[in-house]
Design a protein around this ligand. Structure first.
Ligand code: CO8
Length: 259
């Protein structure tokens, strides 16, 4: 893989993987090849039963400054339709393990959309988010009008999408786009701590919970509640649910096997 680097186990942790976008010269612009490698890597990690949490990050300067403008500049609509990138973006939704985006620096355009495609975002205090497509004569194409609106509401999303201007990490936190802001220098350490906490939870329940939360974006409240209830019932088929409740009653820490 040329455009990403992955580490598993990450920092020696048997259940945590780190994936790093690695095109620093172009601020991690999301080329077709990069997106393909990223999705292949996620699929591989998703299949590995030892992996419980995935962290996605960039570098100090940029998480990702958007789709690769050089690759898009002269494209026709049919080129865009035929480009595999859009199919790879769709595949991101199928990953069952939680993905935490750890964002330092720029998360712009497709970079902001990629962070929003993850399950939650932790931002370094120097992070900047925007949907700047309007400044180059186009509009967001991978969720910037949809996920952003659901995250921060219509008025603020309109302001970001229609101006293309950036917001800082503090604003992103206050608006509900990111879960937590931490000092840029400790971003990976803090994200790792969060990943450790999640990886200590019952893996089957984590996957079913992630699936149910994500369904809330796609279903009516009633259908979402029904979906949640079925996943709740399903956890009772897992050995980990029996272990979790038994451990509580016996006043000890649970030992989850992921089944
Ligand atoms: N694509 C290609 N190259 C880029 C990109 C990009 N998105 N962003 C930065 N680069 C390159 C620059 O061209 C430059 O290369 P070089 O050194 O060869 O000139 C290098 O990265 C460093 O960038 P700058 O010199 O511009 O650095 P600055 O610190 O001056 O500025 C900015 C940083 C503000 C981030 C600036 O680079 C910028 O505005 N970048 C473009 C941001 C943008 O418009 N992003 C949106 C792209 S469109 C998009 O994402 C649509 C997504 C649709 C869905 C995709 C589905 C597949």
């Amino acid at each position: 893989m040329e455009n990403i680097i992955f580490e598993f186990p990450y920092l020696g942790h048997e259940h945590i993987a780190l994936v790093r976008l690695n095109r620093p010269k172009v601020l991690n612009a999301l080329s077709t090849d990069l997106m393909q490698e990223l999705v292949d890597c996620f699929l591989m990690l998703d299949k590995n039963p030892a992996v419980r949490v995935i962290i996605l990050t960039g570098n100090e300067r940029a998480f990702a400054a958007g789709a690769d403008i050089g690759q898009m500049a002269t494209a026709s609509p049919i080129d865009q339709i035929n480009d595999q990138r859009f199919r790879t973006w769709e595949t991101l939704k199928t990953i069952t393990k939680p993905i935490i985006a750890a964002v330092n620096g720029f998360a712009l355009g497709g970079g902001c959309e990629l962070a929003m495609s993850c399950d939650l975002i932790i931002a370094g205090d120097d992070a900047k988010f925007s949907q700047p497509e309007i400044k180059i004569g186009t509009i967001p194409g991978a969720g910037g009008t949809q996920r952003l609106t659901r995250a921060i509401g219509k008025s603020k999303a309109m302001m970001m999408v229609l101006t293309g201007d950036m917001i800082d990490a503090k604003t992103a936190y206050e608006w509900g786009l990111v879960a937590k802001v931490v000092p840029a220098i400790t971003l990976l350490q803090e994200t790792f701590e969060l990943a450790k906490t999640i990886s200590d939870r019952a893996p089957v329940a984590v996957r079913l919970a992630k699936e149910a939360v994500n369904k809330s974006f796609e279903m009516t409240l009633k259908d979402g509640m029904d979906f949640e209830r079925r996943n709740f019932y399903l956890t009772f088929a897992s050995a980990d649910q029996k272990e979790g409740m038994k451990a509580f009653i016996e006043k000890r820490n649970p030992e989850y096997q992921g089944n």
